[in-house]
Design a protein around this ligand. Structure first.
Ligand SMILES: Cc1cc2nc3c(=O)[nH]c(=O)nc-3n(C[C@H](O)[C@H](O)[C@H](O)COP(=O)(O)OP(=O)(O)OC[C@H]3O[C@@H](n4cnc5c(N)ncnc54)[C@H](O)[C@@H]3O)c2cc1C
Length: 397
């Protein structure tokens, strides 16, 4: 098969953004994805202003109108709730729709897209990655040579294993489930709900969200951080049910028929993991860069990963093009430096805070403190999650 300058594995946000950036700099680019688009991806579908900005950069400003606007946020906790309205917090964008748009942008920029083809392993020349081996939907084996490979194949990245990293054992991650629920005629169509969750009376480093999708539908999910000592003992289906009850008690959800079990049987409740805080460092090897969830780049305090995936992808695409124009793909350390420059300290501070509040007593105390000064806490959280992550907090619309 023909050699490409850049082969991108995975056509999610990270992969499409990487391909778009590399193609725009004149590289020949191929994207290979095992799925056929449009495809769903378990996600909360929420994008804050930094994600919206990234979509504008990728040329999707006009398409933003088709997404559902969020202009209110309600933070709930045991003793009460705090509400904060802004002209726009961001949007919800169902991933089936968003990812198909992003892939189309990459294709329009010149990337060749191959769907339904699974990458099985890298091709190595010594210790340099110089292509990938794949299996097509018909079972045919294919080798695709590349000068640079960008692995954007998600949280269970096959290519991340090439780096033989032990990062997963030490770096934090979030274990999550989500479902799309018909909430009934209640709540606000443009408010997002967030809640710190408990199990058996213990405040966990675990959260629940309910994001509005329009037409009374909510994307509801829960997640627990692996920095909690007993995180493996947390039953996410049980946690989901107790969060659903809390949303019913608050009048956000009025229908009573759904439960984690039903939603799972319908295929709506699905789980996944997200690696946090640039968990894999360095995120490159000769001929290879990891982007998005493959590099565990999601925000440490919220698990928001779409914006981080878009940004890491754009950086990886640019660095690939620059390397191919310059000293070649052996040394891609510029990628690591650019990631660090984009959000290094925010990530490290976020991971530190996360580890601190992952002790139930400290989690409780920090929520109490945050609720005494909600606007300050919110501003600090937003600053870390949005502004320090390379976005600006200006209104979306
Ligand atoms: C339940 C849940 C809720 C979340 N909510 C939010 C949220 O509200 N907001 C937010 O910003 N983030 C959220 N996240 C995180 C967000 O979903 C991820 O960070 C984001 O999808 C990362 O994008 P990506 O492109 O790196 O990977 P992905 O979106 O996972 O894309 C990877 C792509 O690679 C393909 N692929 C995988 N393996 C192979 C292979 N071997 N060969 C070929 N192709 C392959 C897959 O088919 C897929 O298309 C959530 C995550 C979860 C699990």
């Amino acid at each position: 098969m023909e050699q490409f300058d850049v082969v991108v594995v995975g056509g999610g946000p990270a992969g499409s953004a990487a391909a778009w950036a590399a193609a725009n700099q004149g590289c020949s680019v191929a994207i290979i994805d095992k799925a056929v688009f449009p495809r769903d991806k378990p996600c909360g579908d929420g994008l804050l202003t930094n994600g919206v900005d990234a979509l504008r950069t990728l040329g999707l400003a006009d398409q933003l109108k088709s997404f559902h606007r969020i202009d209110g946020a309600e933070f709930r906790y045991r003793e009460g709730s705090v509400r904060h309205d802004r002209p726009s917090w961001g949007v919800t964008a169902p991933r089936e729709h968003l990812d198909a748009l992003l892939l189309a942008q990459a294709r329009a920029a010149g990337a060749k897209v191959t769907e339904g083809t699974k990458v099985t392993e890298p091709v190595l020349d010594g210790s340099t990655v110089c292509g990938v081996r794949c299996t097509t939907s018909t079972g045919a084996q294919l080798t695709v040579p590349a000068r640079v490979v960008i692995a954007a194949d998600g949280a269970h990245s096959i290519l991340a294993k090439t780096l033989r990293t032990t990062a997963w054992r030490t770096q934090p991650m979030l274990n999550l489930v989500r479902a799309v629920v018909d909430a009934g005629p209640a709540g606000s169509e443009h408010t997002m709900y967030l809640e710190l969750l408990e199990q058996d009376g213990i405040t966990l480093p675990a959260g629940g969200w309910a994001f509005p999708l329009g037409d009374s539908r909510l994307n509801i999910g829960v997640g627990v951080f692996s920095t909690y000592r007993n995180w493996k003992s947390v039953n996410l289906q049980r946690l989901f049910d107790s969060y659903l009850t809390s949303l019913r008690n608050a009048g956000v959800v009025t229908q009573t028929s759904d439960s984690a079990r039903n939603l799972r049987a319908q295929g709506s409740l699905r789980g996944w993991i997200v690696g946090l805080g640039r968990g894999i460092r360095p995120a490159w090897a000769p001929g290879l860069m990891l982007a998005g969830d493959a590099a565990a780049v999601a925000s440490p305090l919220s698990g928001a990963g779409i914006f981080k995936a878009l940004k890491a992808g754009m950086i990886a695409g640019r660095v690939a093009a620059e390397a191919l124009d310059g000293a070649g793909p052996q040394d891609l350390s510029q990628y690591e430096r650019d990631l660090a420059r984009s959000w290094g300290r925010a990530d490290d501070l976020g991971v530190l805070l996360l580890r601190l509040v992952s002790r139930p007593a400290l989690a409780r105390a920090s929520v109490r403190a945050a609720m005494r000064f909600p606007k300050l806490a919110l501003a600090a959280g937003l600053h870390l999650d949005t502004v320090r992550s390379g976005g600006d907090a200006k209104a979306v619309a």
